[in-house]
Design a binder for this molecule. Sequence first.
Ligand code: ZN
Length: 75
Amino acid sequence: MRGGGLIGLFHSHPSSPPVPSDEDLRQLPLFAGMLSAYLIGSPAKTGCEIELNGYMIEKGKNGLYHLIPADVTHG
Ligand SMILES: [Zn+2]
């Protein structure tokens, strides 16, 4: 495990879909080497629900980091 116990981060998009924004992707290299999971949540348009998307942070052969969509489960 990277990051000494911290495996990832969560942030919210209060008024946009839970997908990485241009700004998210610009900031990714600042911390990507320390984390492996990336979660974004947004309130659903109706009801008491949160839309949650998860991504794995992977480093490509070109040295650049990418967000790979991952299944999010809860138990
Ligand atoms: Zn974001």
